[in-house]
Design a protein around this ligand. Structure first.
Ligand code: SF4
Length: 421
């Protein structure tokens, strides 16, 4: 979501005569697009702001947008008095106001709507992978999560608007689209005639566009995986056989206290249905270790589910207490030391899953999307349908961004391959 927001901010500011620079010292406007999901990320924002304050030109305007802006509100100006703007995730379209009035302080952390989508200029040149937000906010209220506070209650964008953005992305260069939302598979929009649209309708619509060859979506809530959506993995070849469906913990006791779906059998059944319509599908998850009162037995259940489902491309974190969340106030917080040991053990399992899956790809042929040069400029980096990185010798001349590649080698981190001519 932040990558998408960053792209839209860049396009919007280009319309106001600004261009991007990698050089902090020469920038006239410096924006930190921030994430508040973990405490460490929030701390990093404030130490970065301190560095920027010292390094920037005196005349340069600087500020924060996104979830830390929403979380900090006006307090951010108290911590860093030189800040010029603090704009929450639904208000960054107001950035031009600070360019027009550089002597004011701009604060807007409103969450009442998603009119930013109407006010932002359309992208005229799309990356080959285009992110398309379809909903914002979340109603699930997991007890550890700050998102319902920073991004607000769930709002699905009008179906016609999302289709328009998808067509626009396709016409301006996108080959792959990724529908985005905090609770993406909870997308529901009823139009003025009472017709209900769901994520599966958006996928069908996108798949009709000849330019769009690959479709994916993130991030999914397990119990919102409706049958119509599961069916799509069997019937729509453009939908990639890879799904991020976070379980967070393998322990029903912990899941209950996280306010997450706590019936592991229901989760297993969803995976079973997905595998029955699409045998090649791979699942990824996010995990939290060291949630308040997590016992050794609870943690073992997390390890077991990671092994059983064979998750790939997963994210694992130590529980981090966040303001405005119920879990931050729960008793029996787990020590950092125990969290670190558990994280190491879980990571070892997830790395083993990844290594095993990557090795199983050797000899296979996959259609992959080119992301550009690697650091040496001698290789191209491709993304497989399963989001693995695949490194390929750079051929002479230009090539199309989608290529059929034979996987020749693999390790835990990436694949190597050859373009099939
Ligand atoms: S479903 Fe995801 S975004 Fe929503 S509250 Fe839970 S963790 Fe946060």
């Amino acid at each position: 979501m932040n990558v998408y927001d960053g792209q839209r901010i860049a396009v919007m500011l280009e319309k106001h005569g600004l261009s991007q620079t990698e050089n902090l010292e020469e920038a006239d406007l410096i924006i930190l697009n921030t994430c508040a999901v973990r405490e460490k990320a929030t701390n990093k924002v404030y130490s970065a702001l301190g560095r920027i304050r010292r390094a920037k030109k005196t005349s340069a305007l600087f500020g924060i947008v996104g979830c830390v802006a929403r979380e900090s509100g006006g307090d951010a100006f108290k911590r860093i008095p030189e800040l010029n703007f603090v704009l929450g995730p639904q208000s960054y379209h107001k950035l031009p106001e600070i360019i027009n009035n550089p002597d004011t302080k701009l604060l807007n952390i409103d969450l009442t709507g998603i009119e930013k989508f109407d006010e932002l200029p359309q992208i005229t040149k799309s990356p080959t992978l285009a992110y398309i937000p379809i909903q914002e906010g979340c109603n699930h209220c997991c007890t550890y999560c700050i998102v319902p506070y920073t991004r607000g209650r769930e709002i699905s964008r009008p179906f016609a608007d999302v289709v328009k953005d998808t067509i626009n992305a396709a016409k301006s260069g996108a080959i792959e689209i990724c529908f985005l939302g905090q609770n993406v598979n909870g997308y529901k929009y009823t139009d003025e005639n009472g017709k209900l649209y769901r994520l599966s309708d958006l996928i069908k619509e996108a798949a009709k566009l000849p330019e769009i060859q690959r479709i994916r979506f993130t991030s999914s809530y397990p119990t919102e995986m409706s049958d119509d959506l599961i069916e799509m993995f069997g019937t729509e070849p453009k939908l990639l056989p890879f799904l991020n469906m976070p379980i967070q913990s393998g322990s029903p006791r912990t899941l209950k206290r996280m306010n997450r779906p706590d019936d592991i059998e229901v989760y297993r059944n969803i995976v079973k249905k997905l595998k029955s319509v699409c045998p090649d599908i791979q699942i990824s998850s996010d995990f939290i270790v060291g949630f308040p009162d997590e016992s050794d037995e609870d943690f073992e259940e997390t390890l077991n589910i990671a092994k059983e489902i064979k998750y790939i491309n997963s994210y694992s974190f130590k529980y981090s207490p966040r303001p405005h969340t119920a879990a931050a106030l729960m008793p029996n917080q787990i020590s950092e030391q125990i969290k670190s040991v558990r994280l190491q053990r879980l990571d070892a399992q997830l790395n083993e899953n990844q290594r095993e899956f990557n090795m199983s790809c050797i000899g296979k042929e996959m259609v992959c999307l080119c992301e550009g040069d690697d650091k040496t400029k001698r290789h191209l980096v491709f993304r497989t349908p399963y989001m693995q990185q695949c490194i390929v010798e750079k051929p002479d001349g230009d090539i199309a961004p989608l290529q059929k590649i034979k996987i020749t080698d693999a390790n835990k981190a990436s694949l190597r391959g050859e373009i099939i001519k």
